[in-house]
Design a protein around this ligand. Structure first.
Ligand code: HEM
Length: 195
C-alpha cells in the first residue's frame, strides 16, 4: 500500500540524508529510555493500530481543525484552508504511525526522519504537494504536539483486548518513539552546532 501513497518517499534516493550518526541515535534512544522492550511493544501496537489508523487520523485532524492557529499551517498565507493539501498529507501521516511501530530505527529510518523534519520547515514545506501554503511550522508547535499525539493514542491501543499492563507498555513505548522523532525533527530548526 505504502508505495502508492503520493509523496511517500521512504528509502528513496534523492531524499534527505540525516547528518545524525548511529552513536548519536543510540544516545538519544538511551535518553528517552527506549529499550528492546519498547521495540517489542511497538510491534504489538502496530498490529493493534493497523485497522484503526483512519480513526486516529480523524481525531488528530479534528484537533487541528478545532484550532485556527494550527489549521493555519495547512492554509494559504491569506488564511484559506487548502483541502487538497490536508487530503494529500493524511495517508503519509497514517503510514508514519505504522512506520513508527514497525520499521527498524536504522540509517534509512534516520534519513526519512530528516526528510519529514525538513518538510515541516522552510527547507521543504509545501514542495511535496505543490501546496500554496505558509512555508514553515514553528518548532514550538512541533514540540507541543507530542502531548496530543501521545494522549489521544491510549484509547486506540486499548481497543483490541490487551491487558492494562500491555496497553500501558504500548503507550509508554509510543510516547518515547514520538519524543525521539521530534528530537530528530528539531535538527533543521537549530543553529549549527547547537543540536
Ligand atoms: C506533515 C507528523 C507536528 C503540520 C507531517 C507528516 C507526518 C507528520 C508524519 C507527513 C510526512 C511525510 O511527508 O511523509 C507530525 C508529528 C508532529 C507534527 C508526529 C508532532 C509531534 C505538526 C504541527 C503542525 C503540522 C504542530 C501544524 C499544524 C504538518 C503539515 C505537513 C505535515 C502542514 C505537510 C508538510 C509538507 O508540506 O510536506 N507531519 N507532525 N505538523 N505536518 Fe506534521
Amino acid at each position: 500500500m505504502s508505495e502508492s501513497i503520493p509523496g511517500y518517499t521512504y528509502g528513496s534516493s534523492g531524499t534527505a540524508a540525516s547528518p545524525v550518526d548511529t552513536e548519536e541515535l543510540a544516545q538519544l534512544k538511551a535518553t528517552v529510555m527506549f529499550t528492546g522492550d519498547d521495540e517489542q511493544a511497538l510491534r504489538t501496537a502496530g498490529d493493534v493500530l493497523e485497522d484503526q489508523v483512519d480513526d486516529v487520523l480523524d481525531v488528530w485532524y479534528g484537533f487541528v481543525a478545532d484550532h485556527p492557529h494550527l489549521v493555519a499551517y495547512f492554509s494559504t498565507p491569506g488564511g484559506e484552508p487548502i483541502q487538497e493539501y490536508l487530503d494529500r498529507v493524511r495517508p503519509r501521516f497514517s503510514q508514519w504511525i505504522l512506520d513508527t511501530c514497525r520499521r527498524p530505527y536504522d540509517r534509512t529510518w534516520l534519513d526519512h526522519q530528516e526528510e519529514i523534519a525538513q518538510r515541516h520547515t522552510h527547507e521543504k514545506k509545501n514542495t511535496t504537494d505543490g501546496a500554496d501554503s505558509v512555508d514553515n511550522i514553528p518548532l514550538r508547535y512541533i514540540i507541543a504536539f507530542i502531548y496530543p499525539i501521545t494522549a489521544t493514542m491510549r484509547d486506540f491501543l486499548g481497543k483490541k483486548g490487551h491487558s492494562a499492563e500491555q496497553v500501558e507498555a504500548m503507550h509508554q513505548a509510543w510516547f518515547k518513539a514520538v519524543t525521539l522523532n521530534v528530537a530528530l525533527w528539531a535538527r533543521p530548526y537549530v543553529r549549527d552546532g547547537d543540536w
